[in-house]
Design a protein around this ligand. Structure first.
Ligand code: OOG
Ligand code: NI
Length: 458
């Protein structure tokens, strides 16, 4: 409540509205995305009906209700100033930048983070995330082209005057009221809309595209159009197989780890980007017709979050699979040594674990302060896998490349530039490993507090 008594929406509620508006806009613009949502819904219902254990686990983790709302999107920006504005906007929507992804190492001239909710309650309320990439013009060695790209980007404003004013006002007031929300959402949503009209002539577009398709995508349009939205499926292989029958043409391989009894991290696949007609302005005010490919659809299946130790093992297995051509067989062979039973994954500290108090009634005094292994062994507390809420740079590069067409893979001898990215944002990034560790510790503290509460009086 403000002093005047106006009622501010929680950032979680504002994000839920923003996510719904974004989804509606994309569904309208890319009808195949709507088809994909229907297919994913159907497969998820089948999986839940056939797998009561998974159903229970998702319910206990509070993930069942968020499943149909769950999606991430992706955008690409061109300058530090643009990233800075969006960082401010996303903060109002309760989204913080988690993790640094260096995609130059995988041949794509950007570095990225994902803005997402960071408390468990916020993730439950609205799990919307945005994978956000900043173009690295410093990786382009054609100096004239780089200067031209910089000059074009310096001219544009990705947020309208109205959207900028709404962000500043919300920051000053400490939020957006329920009455202001529809206007606020409408104003900022415009930034992410597809533009049928490029901001440069066709020759400039082609020169940028020649340097890298991604440079053209960022530099030649008025704003960072949303380029995909991704629903979460519980069985990515089933959706991938069903896609053709639903009139959707998937990319050949699923990115990430192979299929397993206990899914690891994140698996993703996409349908190929659409070739869309674009008007390129001529000097005389008329437009030349051309095309641009940027927008696609993607699905993902989320598995357990890995500790640093588990992640090192994952990276080693994946590198082996890649060296062998990353076929289904190569993946299966490379991951054969990665444990696939819950007890070993936990015992070897490969996965992040959350805790929950499982005591139904009164518990003996002093139980709350007993060692964890005893609480687990006697069933006072149960451990459950924590879902991976972040992204994978190698998979992201694979998704980028399959949608950029020819020339999507460059060679860059660049250092990662986490500090440069943070300077552009105007704040620091959150470390994903620290985040899982902290949520895990908090869940154990909450379980102990609950045991304490249920403790019999001495
Ligand atoms: C982002 C590609 C990465 C993911 O899910 O890993 C991504 C992009 O194409 O802009 O969305
Ligand atoms: Ni994605």
């Amino acid at each position: 409540m403000s002093e005047a008594g106006a009622c501010y929406l929680a950032p979680d509620a504002l994000r839920a509205q923003f996510s719904a508006a974004m989804s509606a806009m994309y569904r309208h613009e890319v009808p195949q995305y709507g088809t994909l949502i229907e297919l994913v819904k159907q497969v998820n219902a089948q999986v839940l009906a056939a797998d009561p254990e998974l159903h229970r686990q998702l319910r206990d983790n509070g993930e069942l209700d968020r499943l149909d709302e769950e999606r991430h999107g992706a955008i690409r920006v061109g300058t530090a100033a643009e990233l800075n504005w969006l960082t401010r906007l996303f903060a109002l929507l309760g989204m913080q930048p988690v993790a640094y992804y260096d995609l130059a190492a995988a041949g794509v001239p950007v570095h990225s983070t994902a803005f997402r909710p960071v408390s468990e309650a916020s993730l439950r309320a609205s799990p919307f995330r945005l994978f956000t990439s900043l173009l690295r013009l410093d990786l382009i060695d054609n100096a004239a082209l780089r200067a031209r790209a910089e000059a074009i980007l310096a001219q544009r404003q990705i947020l309208s005057e109205a959207a900028q004013a709404a962000i500043v006002a919300a920051e000053q007031a400490g939020g957006v009221t329920e009455a202001q929300a529809p206007c606020f959402i409408a104003a900022v949503l415009e930034t992410f809309r597809w533009q049928r009209q490029a901001s440069v002539d066709h020759a400039t577009y082609q020169a940028m595209r020649q340097a890298h398709p991604l440079i053209a995508d960022v530099v030649c349009f008025r704003g960072p159009h949303i380029n995909h939205l991704t629903p979460r499926t519980l069985d990515i292989d089933a959706v991938q197989q069903a896609m053709p029958a639903w009139g959707i043409d998937p990319k050949a391989v699923i990115e990430g780890p192979p299929r397993r009894r206990h899914p690891l991290l994140l698996r993703q696949t996409s349908f190929l980007a659409l070739r869309e007609t674009i008007g390129f302005p001529r000097g005389d005010g008329s437009a030349e017709q051309g095309t641009h490919t940027a927008r696609f659809g993607e699905i993902e299946q989320r598995g357990v979050a890995l500790t640093a130790k588990g992640r090192a093992l994952y990276d080693a297995c994946l590198a082996r699979a890649q060296a062998e051509g990353q076929t289904v067989q190569a993946l299966a062979a490379a991951f054969a040594d990665f444990p696939d039973d819950w007890a070993r994954l936990q015992a070897e500290a490969l996965v992040h674990v959350g805790y929950r108090c499982a005591a139904a009634g009164a518990v003996p005094a002093q139980t709350a302060s007993r060692p964890l292994h005893e609480l687990l062994a006697e069933g006072w507390v149960v451990a459950q896998p924590m879902t991976y809420e972040d992204f994978l740079p190698v998979s992201a590069a694979g998704i980028f490349q399959s949608n950029l067409g020819e020339g999507g893979r460059g060679r860059y001898q660049a250092e990662a530039s986490r500090a440069g990215f943070e300077a552009a944002m105007g704040r620091s990034l959150l470390d994903e490993q620290a985040w899982y560790a902290q949520v895990s510790a908090a869940s154990l503290a909450a379980a102990r507090a609950q045991l304490e509460l249920q403790g019999a009086a001495e």
